[in-house]
Design a protein around this ligand. Structure first.
Ligand SMILES: [Fe+2]
Length: 251
């Protein structure tokens, strides 16, 4: 793939030999199979908080659907895979308003749609169309919600979510923090796609051991394009003196 064919300001990376493109929206595009992959949409997070008495703006599902509609319109995927936590809680699908339900049905029409189970959502996602699985292997890739532990064969070819990666990187004027794709060529963890979903710094202990530090690249979501940054540019994620590990994230 040449840079001219990378769509929508995306950033190219490989996982287990498969070419993927991280998009500014937070979705990943797998051109060889025309598959669009999104993680952690957390639909109905606003209404989930409202049920517990704390008010968030209730527009999150619509905003996330708009983002997904734009990606689907631009790329016409043959298949969409949600990597889990599509809904913020197991009752999210039944709270989905008719308008949002219709928009989701329109997105699902004419293509394969696979919901991978998350830890926030559950069996209820299949009630709104599409197939459901705890994980799935397609070609050289494996799709699951929570990343497998670091030094296992299960990590090879994995696309996962759950951790909502973000990174702060040094720039000429100081530093910026953005949600990001994180990959070392063996596996990739996708940023959260949901409009209200937060991010967790790659230097956090939750990421310890998941990546070969010397090969880690963070693909940061910019407004119009994705920026690939090596591990040495990530604040708090330095390569150790022997070049094999992390200073802080391995604690
Ligand atoms: Fe999760």
């Amino acid at each position: 793939m040449t840079s001219e064919t990378i769509p929508l300001g995306g950033s190219r990376f490989e996982v287990n030999g498969e070419v993927l493109v991280g998009l500014p929206s937070g979705a990943a595009w797998w051109p060889a199979t025309r598959t669009l992959i999104v993680a952690d949409m957390h639909f109905e997070k606003g209404s989930s908080f409202a049920r517990r008495g704390s008010l968030l703006p209730p527009f999150d599902t619509s905003a996330t659907l708009s983002r997904l509609e734009a990606d689907v319109a631009a790329l016409a995927p043959a298949r969409v895979i949600s990597l889990g936590d599509a809904f913020h809680d197991p009752f999210g699908p039944e709270r989905l308003e008719p308008g949002a339900r219709a928009r989701l049905a329109a997105l699902q029409s004419g293509r394969e749609w696979l919901w991978i189970d998350g830890n926030h959502d559950a069996a209820t996602v299949a009630e709104i169309g599409g197939e459901r699985a705890s994980e799935a292997a397609i070609g050289a890739l494996v799709f699951r919600h929570e990343p497998a532990p670091g030094d296992t064969l299960a990590a090879i070819g994995e696309l996962a979510g759950h951790l909502h990666p973000a990174a702060r990187v040094r720039v000429a004027s100081g530093s910026v923090r953005r949600h990001c794709f994180a990959t070392d060529g063996r596996r990739a963890i996708l940023p959260a796609y949901g409009s209200l979903a937060g991010g967790l710094d790659l230097a956090a202990p939750a990421f310890a051991g998941l990546f070969a530090a010397e090969r880690l690249v963070a693909h940061l979501l910019g407004d119009a394009r994705v920026h690939a940054m090596p591990a040495r540019a990530i604040v708090g994620f330095g390569i150790s003196r022997d070049g094999t590990g992390r200073r802080r994230a391995s604690r």
